[in-house]
Design a protein around this ligand. Structure first.
Ligand code: ZN
Length: 344
């Protein structure tokens, strides 16, 4: 296995001709009708070219076809309205008292057909490198929707979505996805709930998926409300509860945010049986890491994880950063990784 395979979490900023960059996480398309898929294809080509030229080993489509990392999946389902939005307290009210724009479950939720399979096939045609596809995890989905239909307890609603995610993940694996990643930032909120039902619903989503299965867990995007919370937060102990549970799970890769949080990198020693996507690039600031700083962070990770299993990564998605900064950060990620790899 290649030592220190590096890549990004998933998202990249979109070109301003595709969506308004000031909208950050919830972009409205600047292009309409038949021109939209063509524009998205072009944005994906650029996103892939930027990752390849930076020297990354694992490629994503930069989530250029998604308005938002959760809506991109939900808006393709029957029974979910991702356009007429509701209000909800999400993530335990940590970042914002109440979100004004969450999708609503309004009927029987069904996946009528493949959602990201064509997008994966397009990306695979654009690169020979391994391609990763991201999906929102079941716990994060149910934390991010208003249920106006089922009236289910959260674990039951999460299990419904896990079954739907599982069908999509299997289709992606069959179509050649090298990694299917479930994004579960909700795992860093209520760790008791993770133990009680979060791991079980993640396992259901990943069950029988014949490729590398990953989970991304972070302390949120680098947007002002999250950065403000991070600056006052004192408790970075969540991974200490969840990583030992994930080490016993069937998941192959686990991502851990270390660059911009107060998380001590030693916590990854709890992932002795897993590949570890180590966050060595902050997504909270436009300041670009030097290759030497990235290398230092990787060497710190190597104290607790061997080079075959360690995968240098960004803390989270780069979507809120300017495109030039995102490109420079990807170059720093690859350059820092190369410094350490050459010395091994
Ligand atoms: Zn994240």
């Amino acid at each position: 296995m290649t030592r220190l395979q590096c890549g990004i979490t998933g998202s990249l900023p979109k070109p301003r001709w595709l969506s308004d960059p000031t909208a950050q996480l919830r972009a409205d398309w600047m292009v309409a009708g038949e021109a939209l898929p063509e524009a998205q294809d072009d944005a994906v080509r650029l996103a892939i070219a930027d990752q390849v030229s930076a020297g990354l080993d694992i490629i994503t489509d930069g989530e250029q076809r998604r308005r938002h990392y959760i809506w991109g999946f939900l808006e393709a389902l029957e029974g979910v309205d991702a356009f007429h939005l509701g209000k909800k307290q999400t993530r335990g009210g940590r970042y914002t008292a109440e979100l004004q724009n969450v999708a609503r479950v309004v009927g029987e939720v069904r996946r009528a057909g493949p959602i990201f399979v064509d997008a994966l096939k397009f990306a695979k045609r654009e690169t020979d490198l391994p391609v990763k596809v991201t999906l929102p995890g079941p716990m994060t989905i149910v934390d991010s929707v208003v249920d106006e239909h089922y009236g289910d307890a959260l674990p039951d609603l999460a299990m419904r979505f896990a079954g739907i995610l599982n069908a999509e993940a299997k289709a992606l694996a069959e179509a050649g996805a090298d990694i299917v990643q479930f994004d579960e930032p909700a795992f860093n909120i209520d760790t008791d709930a993770v133990a009680e039902w979060g791991i079980a619903t993640l396992e259901r989503a990943a069950e029988g998926v014949a490729t590398q299965r990953a989970v991304h867990i972070c302390y949120g995007y680098g947007v002002p409300a999250v950065i403000a919370w991070k600056s006052r937060n004192q408790d970075w102990g969540h991974y200490g509860h969840t990583l030992p549970l994930l080490n016993e799970s069937s998941i192959d890769q686990v991502s851990v945010e270390c660059a911009a949080s107060g998380v001590d990198v030693s916590v990854i020693q709890n992932l002795s049986r897993k590949r570890v996507m180590l966050g060595v690039i902050s997504v909270s600031t436009d300041e670009v890491e030097t290759a030497e700083l990235v290398a230092q962070r990787i060497r710190a990770g190597l104290e607790y994880c061997d080079a075959e299993r360690l995968m240098p990564c960004t803390d989270c998605g780069l979507v809120p950063r300017p495109r030039g900064v995102a490109r420079a950060k990807m170059q720093a990620l690859a350059a820092g990784t190369a410094l350490v790899r050459d010395a091994l």
